[in-house]
Design a protein around this ligand. Structure first.
Ligand SMILES: [Zn+2]
Length: 387
C-alpha cells in the first residue's frame, strides 16, 4: 500500500477550524495519515498560501501536556512551545483524527526540541568553542536519555497514536547543520562536523569511562579545526573520508563509542514505546557516522527527506516514507504536474509513501495539486500505476 500523509504543527490548526481542516484532508484530499509535530525544533517558514508572502518564526518546543507520573527519573520536563496562535490541544487533535479514521504519527525531535535547552541548560551540547548550544540537548547525558524514554512512554500510550517518529537522533550542535545555513556552502562537512562536536561534562565522563583520552581528543580536534581554515574544504566528504582525513587517532574510537551509545538509546526508546517507532534520517555525513551503530533490524521503519534524485524503479530500501518539502516542488508553476510526477516516481522506486510538508503551504492555491497527487497514491493502492 502506497501511503500519503500531511505534516503539520499543532498551531497550524485552530480550535475553530480543526474539524473543517481534517474533513478536507480526509474527505477532499483523501489523505489518511497526519504527521504531527509534538516536540519541534525552532523553525522559520516562508508561507505563500492565501496570497502574499510572510515569514513565520517559531521557537519550537513541546505542544502537549505531559503526564507527570512518567517523568520521575529526570529533572527535565517538556518545555511548552510558545505558538503565535493558540491551537487545539494534542488530545483534541487525536480525538478528531480518530473519529475520521486518520492515523496520527507524532514527530519528536530527540535533541533539538526548541526551548528545552533554555529551560535545562545543564543538559545542553557544549561545542569545542565553549559556548553552550542554544537549541541542542546532549543525548549522552543520562537525564536527557531518561527524559526521552519518559516522553516516548507518555506519548505512545495515548489513545489514537499510531506511531512516533524520532528526529534529530544525533549529538551535536544542531544549528550548524541547518540545511539552509549559509556556512553549509563555504565549510565542508568535515569542519562543520568537528565544530559541532559536544564536549560537555557528560560526554567527557562517558568518554573517560570508555578509555578515550578526552583532553588529547579535544586538543587534536581544535588543532584540526585551525588547520582546516587554510585548506580548501570539500562539501562532499562522506563518513569514511571524514574520519580518515581528520587523521586523529582518538576520533575513530570516539565516533565508535558515540554510535554505540546512540544505538543503545534507540533500543531503550524502542522498549519504552507502546507503538511502532519510525527513525527520521536527513542523510548528512555526520548523521550517517552517528547512526553507524543502528541496526536496520532495530528500527526498520524510516523516513527520509528527498534531497537528491530519486532512486531507479525498485531500488529504494523497503519501509521508508519519503518527505516532500516545498523546495522539492518549487517553482509552484510546475504544480500539480511536479507533485504527481514525484509521487509516481517515489512509488515506482519502492518507497512506502510520501509525507507532504507542511500544512499551511498546501492550502490554496496548492491544495488542488496535493489533492491530485494524493489521488494518484490512491489509484496506486488500487493496483494501477497510471496517472
Ligand atoms: Zn555532551
Amino acid at each position: 500500500m502506497f501511503r500519503s500523509a500531511i505534516c503539520a504543527y499543532s498551531w497550524d490548526f485552530s480550535a475553530k477550524s480543526l474539524d473543517d481542516d481534517l474533513d478536507r484532508i480526509r474527505g477532499e484530499w483523501g489523505i489518511r495519515e497526519l504527521a504531527l509535530w509534538v516536540a519541534a525544533p525552532p523553525v522559520s517558514r516562508l508561507l505563500t498560501a492565501g496570497g502574499g508572502v510572510r515569514v513565520e518564526h517559531a521557537e519550537g518546543g513541546c505542544s502537549f501536556a505531559p503526564r507527570e507520573e512518567f517523568y520521575s527519573r529526570t529533572r527535565l520536563r517538556p518545555a511548552p512551545a510558545r505558538p503565535h496562535r493558540a491551537g487545539p490541544g494534542l488530545d483534541s487533535i487525536l480525538s478528531a483524527c480518530r473519529s475520521r479514521g486518520i492515523e496520527a504519527r507524532l514527530l519528536i525531535s530527540a535533541s533539538r526540541a526548541g526551548r528545552m535547552v533554555s529551560n535545562h541548560e545543564f543538559a545542553a551540547v557544549k561545542p569545542l568553542s565553549g559556548e553552550p548550544s542554544r537549541h541542542s540537548l546532549c543525548l549522552l547525558n543520562a537525564e536527557v536519555r531518561a527524559f526521552l524514554e519518559a516522553m516516548v512512554e507518555d506519548l505512545s500510550t495515548r489513545e489514537g497514536v499510531a506511531s512516533l517518529e524520532l528526529r534529530d537522533l544525533v549529538t551535536r550542535e544542531g544549528d550548524l547543520w541547518d540545511r539552509d545555513a549559509r556556512w553549509r556552502e563555504s565549510l565542508g562537512d568535515e569542519q562543520i562536523g568537528l565544530a559541532g562536536l559536544c564536549a560537555c561534562e557528560s560526554c567527557r565522563r562517558e568518554l573517560a569511562r570508555a578509555d578515550v583520552d578526552v583532553d588529547c581528543l579535544i586538543h587534536s580536534l581544535q588543532d584540526s579545526l585551525e588547520r582546516g581554515g587554510d585548506e580548501t574544504p570539500s562539501a562532499s566528504l562522506k563518513p569514511p573520508a571524514l574520519m580518515a582525513s581528520s587523521a586523529l587517532s582518538h576520533f575513530a574510537r570516539f565516533a565508535e563509542f558515540r554510535a554505540k551509545s546512540l544505538a543503545e538509546l534507540a533500543a531503550a526508546l524502542l522498549r519504552a514505546s507502546a507503538c511502532p517507532l519510525v527513525l527520521h534520517q536527513c542523510g548528512d555525513a555526520d548523521e550517517v557516522l552517528q547512526h553507524a551503530g543502528l541496526d536496520a533490524r532495530l528500527l526498520p521503519a524510516r523516513s527520509l527527506d528527498l534531497v537528491d534524485e530519486l532512486p531507479q524503479p525498485g531500488e529504494a530500501p523497503t519501509g521508508i516514507m519519503l518527505n516532500l518539502h516545498a523546495v522539492n516542488w518549487r517553482p509552484p508553476r510546475r504544480l500539480p504536474t511536479e507533485l504527481v510526477r514525484l509521487c509516481n516516481r517515489a512509488a515506482d522506486a519502492g518507497y512506502a509513501g510520501v509525507t507532504f510538508h507542511t500544512l499551511p503551504e498546501l492550502f490554496p492555491p496548492l491544495a488542488s495539486a496535493v489533492r491530485q497527487a494524493a489521488r494518484y497514491t490512491r489509484r496506486h493502492d488500487a493496483g494501477s500505476r497510471s496517472c
